[in-house]
Design a protein around this ligand. Structure first.
Ligand code: PMT
Length: 410
């Protein structure tokens, strides 16, 4: 087995967002949404004041991560979580930032999560203040802002307009789009797949025999969902066509639920043409019942079922794919992995087959880990074993670094 040119795992940029107690705190929810859409990962910490305006649950739902509030939480701070978070960040934003926060930041006080993170991080700092105009213009506040600016902190200046308190002046939180633009000025383009469309299929299909019984397979959807999340984290607009699985809908991903192979085919073909990349990770049932019994069949000593082959969705895509599209199939093999995968590569006319050995305990179907072979006509590269989320990141990084496939996506 040979290997392709060197590649690194492309990781999404990590943003820490501190939210403090202002009426504008609700706008930070939209900020999280916009940052996630652009492919950033976001961890949120709330001050006690912020809790008066917004809930940790809303931020957890939008960020897909636990929200930090209590600096002395024994469940997480046993591992000194605030230091780990601070170290991991590529950027620390505080929005909205109150006069109280700015004063504490200017003097190095750390009595809650947002202020402690500020002291603990070495990441660049971006602050978007929001407060009453008179408070904003107060010499003490201006002095604190200047002190922070002198230390290299970037400010997204507040706007002028009607305030919640009824007064008019400078103090409104900058527009979310302005804050996002400031973030991108500091961090650069968020992900290499921004503006690209990626379609992932995942999970099994189920093929009914009568009104209660069906044939299917052991796919849990974990591998496909991990790929969908990894593509979204790199900035892609992701559509996930999923058979029935017990997994939560990934944040920021459009999910279309299907049951049978025929339904999956219809959904895939409806989307296929507009996609920059398609990854067919679903374990599509190869057969369906030739005749579907409309009711529950009565128990009998023997039951012969006639099966009809389902259409091969991947092969159909291979025949009609636009030249620039990257088409990737999976192959679940239990022997002659590379040889069988190479046959599928040619037969289904795809750019790449990602083969996995489903005979290995702890890998493949249902497992949390997997190992794959990236199978091309004349070379094969092994990735893993790794947890499926990490493996999905590596798979996408490998494709993006590929001398022929990468340029079609970048
Ligand atoms: O879901 P998990 O529990 O995480 O498990 C992951 C997995 C093992 C299901 C996954 O890694 C995997 O191998 N998926 C492909 C399974 C499969 O159907 O392999 P296959 O060799 O039978 O099919 C080859 C390719 O043709 C696949 O891309 C498949 O989606 C596609 N196919 C197959 C049959 C069919 N009728 N239409 C298709 O499009």
């Amino acid at each position: 087995m040979t290997s392709i040119p060197k590649f690194d795992s492309i990781k999404p940029k990590e943003i820490l967002l501190g939210v403090t107690g202002s009426i504008a705190a609700y706008k930070a929810l939209d900020l999280v949404r916009r940052l996630k859409e652009r492919g950033f990962e976001v961890s949120v910490a709330l001050s006690r004041g912020a809790l008066e305006f917004v809930t940790p649950l809303s931020f957890a739902a939008l960020s897909g991560r636990e929200v930090k509030v209590n600096l002395f939480d024994p469940a997480t701070e046993g591992q000194i979580d605030h230091i780990a978070l601070a170290r991991r960040a590529d950027l620390y934003i505080v929005a909205p930032a109150t006069a109280n926060f700015l004063a504490k930041a200017a003097y190095g006080l750390a009595d809650d999560y947002p202020t402690t993170l500020l002291l603990a991080t070495e990441a660049p700092l971006l602050i978007a203040p929001a407060m009453n105009p008179v408070m904003y213009q107060n010499p003490a506040n201006i002095e604190n802002i200047n002190r922070l600016k002198a230390r290299g902190v970037t400010f997204v200046e507040p706007g002028v307009g009607d305030m919640a308190c009824g007064e008019v002046g400078v103090g409104r939180l900058a527009e979310v789009a302005e804050i996002v633009a400031a973030v991108e000025k500091i961090l650069g383009a968020p992900g290499p797949l921004v503006g690209k469309r990626v379609l992932v299929t995942a999970g099994p299909t189920i093929e009914p025999l009568d009104s209660v019984r069906f044939i299917s397979n052991h796919s849990s959807g974990k591998m496909g969902y991990a790929l969908a999340e990894a593509a979204r984290a790199l900035g892609a607009k992701v559509t996930l066509i999923s058979g029935p699985v017990a997994l939560a809908q990934p944040q920021g991903v459009e999910r279309i639920g299907v049951e049978t192979a025929l339904q999956m085919r219809e959904a895939v073909l409806a989307y296929a043409h507009s996609q920059d990349m398609i990854i067919k990770c679903a374990a599509v049932s190869d057969y369906r019942a030739t005749v579907l019994a409309p009711r529950k069949l009565k128990k009998q000593a023997e039951w012969s079922v006639s099966l009809t082959a389902n259409p091969d969705i991947l092969a159909e895509l291979g025949k009609t794919k636009p030249a620039k599209q990257v088409l990737v199939g999976f192959a679940a093999e239990s022997e002659n992995i590379v040889a069988f995968a190479q046959e599928k590569l040619v037969k289904k006319q795809v750019d790449l087959i990602i083969a996995n050995d489903i005979s290995q305990p702890g890998l493949g179907f249902k497992a949390d880990q997997n190992q794959v072979w990236m199978v091309e006509k004349d070379q094969v590269t092994s990735l893993g074993p790794l947890p499926k989320d990490k493996l999905a990141q590596k798979i996408l990084a490998w494709i993006l670094a590929h001398p022929l496939l990468g340029p079609r996506l970048l």
